[in-house]
Design a protein around this ligand. Structure first.
Ligand SMILES: Cc1cc2nc3c(=O)[nH]c(=O)nc-3n(C[C@H](O)[C@H](O)[C@H](O)COP(=O)(O)OP(=O)(O)OC[C@H]3O[C@@H](n4cnc5c(N)ncnc54)[C@H](O)[C@@H]3O)c2cc1C
Length: 245
């Protein structure tokens, strides 16, 4: 899988050829790609871009990636990608793409999974499902730091926590597979084990929205817990990244 097809460099929503300005290693399995498209438009936190790869024989593969950066970062977007063994697109992005390369993208795409400044907000992410939630958290920190927003983030181990240095007191990290005897995780608020109904009930708000993002099974189980702690269905917004839990 290589390079680009001949995409017209036109309005956002159409395919554009973006420059890979910077690649940051977040964890052993995740990297953040800072892309600079020729025509940038501000996004809403929660929106995503599509990335398209084209092989020399014309075969194409296209995947969606949520935007991690705040729309205040004008001119560029950051996508954080989890590398899936055997995955077509994520392995290419991780193993082949280097700074200065070009990549074909289109977006940002509208969806109901967007934060438009409602408050208060409960964010619940599993694995790379934290990416669009981090966009919301980052944007809120820069525009409305006093707005109530909490993040519950489930990761397997401390080493797999994305954006660890940025989480701060707004976030509780649930580590589901931290090995026994591992040193105490250097995170402000951490609990060992899965997100459970009591934790959710303690962090829930009486009003406002909950954004839930992750694998299908993660989203399903958290949505059920939210209903059980009193969130009406119209207060729950979900985004599903993929099949596994
Ligand atoms: C709206 C939206 C936003 C997304 N945002 C992000 C993001 O910010 N960061 C990110 O890393 N991914 C994100 N994804 C998932 C991403 O689009 C791809 O599905 C993922 O990168 C796998 O693509 P691939 O080509 O590497 O693997 P594929 O070749 O598609 O699949 C390889 C294997 O992995 C399995 N698989 C596919 N997707 C997943 C998954 N998400 N989790 C576990 N197993 C999977 C497949 O069943 C298959 O067995 C998002 C998905 C959607 C729909």
């Amino acid at each position: 899988m290589v390079g680009l097809s001949e995409a017209p460099q036109r309005a956002p929503g159409r395919w554009q050829i973006a420059e890979v300005e910077r690649i940051r290693v977040e964890t052993p399995r995740t990297k953040t790609f800072r892309l600079r498209p020729p025509m940038w438009v501000p996004h809403l936190p929660g929106q995503h871009y599509d990335v398209r790869l084209t092989a020399p024989d014309g075969y194409r593969a296209e995947r969606s990636y949520s935007i991690a950066s705040s729309p205040l970062d004008e001119g560029a977007v950051e996508l954080t990608v989890d590398r899936l063994d055997g995955g077509e697109v994520s392995t290419y992005l991780h193993d082949v793409l280097v700074e200065g390369d070009q990549v074909e993208i289109r977006g940002p795409f509208a969806s109901y999974f967007v934060w438009r400044g409602e408050e208060p907000v409960l964010l619940i992410g599993g694995g790379s499902g934290v990416v669009p939630l981090m966009c919301m958290l980052r944007h809120r920190r820069r525009t409305a730091p006093d707005l109530p927003m909490r993040l519950l983030y489930s990761a397997r181990t401390r080493a797999e926590v994305i954006y660890a240095d940025e989480l701060g007191d707004d976030a509780i990290v649930a580590l589901t597979r931290e090995p026994e005897g591992a040193p105490a995780p250097d995170l402000p608020r951490v609990q060992l084990g899965r997100i459970f109904p009591g934790l959710l009930a303690a962090e829930a708000f009486d009003s406002g929205l909950a954004f839930v993002c992750g694998s299908n099974s993660f989203v399903e189980s958290i949505a059920q817990m939210l209903l059980a702690v009193g969130y009406a269905p119209d207060r729950i917004r979900t985004e599903r990244f993929g099949p596994t839990g």
